[in-house]
Design a protein around this ligand. Structure first.
Ligand code: PGA
Length: 307
């Protein structure tokens, strides 16, 4: 009986050992895979967190980065075709809206050469749909040739063509009603900045827009200090951020917290590939309006400033 018992124990022990060896073997065979998989996941998570924390520095706002090129009165069919080719071939950050402000006469030409992912903007539009306004272009016409945006209130329109805050706001109101998206420009002159009037000036310009704009969904504001436009004298990231933060506070107090949180505010004025990355890190800078550099291949790097 005892002998039988110990024989059974022996068999059981042997069985246990075989099973555990087998399990262990199986486990060690499975384990490296498991380990590798977890390591991979961990590496992936590390990358994800690295990107996430990078994003939280520059992009925690949730506002989509938006870069506009303002070609102004430059280009001909040949050079426009060349720029469009550069933009079509480039790897542009899919997390950035790109809009090209093209001379009106070349809008359809550029629209046909650019990928659909790139928006096209007029650089001006009048405040009514049609009529006896020699030399003017309406939002309906811009739309008819493929534009989906219009730049309004640029400092060159204000200074050279004497457009008032009120006229610009009326243009914005009509363009929005016609279904165009609007890049609404504002900005102080050097004289105004030196007199300490920057906030006062941009608040006045914003007030005029606010009297006419009810829904800000299709508006992007472009803060462009006049002294920085075409001068090679960019506002420092801190100078730009200071005004952008003021504008957000102004929006909170005068429009709503929601508009303040969601409205995109671009910076414009001598933006280049060399300074775009630093400017793009500022929490209230949601993109750029680019003049001179938008005619060059470096515009691609400006679009990708947050990549
Ligand atoms: P800039 O122009 O980049 O050549 O200074 C900016 C603008 O006018 O929008």
């Amino acid at each position: 009986m005892d002998m039988n018992h110990s024989a059974t124990n022996l068999t059981l022990d042997a069985l246990k050992s075989v099973v555990s060896q087998a399990l262990l073997g199986k486990f060690t065979a499975v384990f490296p895979k498991l380990f590798k998989c977890q390591w991979k996941t961990y590496e992936g998570q590390k990358k994800l967190y690295a990107n996430f924390s990078k994003d939280t520095v520059s992009n925690m706002s949730g506002r989509k980065f938006c870069v506009g090129g303002n070609w102004k009165m430059n280009g001909d069919q040949k050079s426009i075709a060349e720029i469009c080719k550069v933009l079509s071939d480039a790897q542009l950050d899919p997390n950035t809206d790109v809009v090209i402000g093209c001379p009106a006469i070349y809008l359809m030409f550029a629209r046909n050469l650019l990928p659909c992912s790139i928006g096209v903007a007029g650089q001006n539009a009048y405040k009514v749909a049609k009529g006896a306004f020699t030399g003017e272009i309406s939002p309906a016409m811009l739309k008819d040739v493929g534009a989906d945006w219009v730049i309004l209130g640029h400092s060159e329109r204000r200074a050279i063509f004497k457009e008032s805050d009120e006229l610009i706001a009326e243009k914005a109101e009509h363009a929005l009603a016609e279904g165009l998206k609007v890049i609404a420009c504002i900005g102080e002159t050097l004289e105004e900045r030196e007199a300490g009037k920057t906030n006062e000036v941009v608040a006045r310009q914003m007030c005029a827009y606010a009297k006419k704009i009810r829904d800000w969904t299709n508006v992007v504001v472009a803060y462009e200090p006049v002294w920085a436009i075409g001068t090679g004298k960019t506002a420092t990231p801190d100078q730009a951020q200071e005004v952008h933060a003021f504008l957000r506070q102004w929006l909170t107090e005068n429009i709503s917290k929601e508009v303040s949180n969601t409205l995109r505010i671009q910076y414009g004025g001598s933006v280049t590939a060399a300074n775009a990355k630093e400017l793009a890190k500022k929490p209230d800078i949601d993109g750029f309006l680019v003049g001179g550099a938008s005619l060059k291949p470096e515009f691609v790097d400006i679009v990708n400033a947050r990549k």
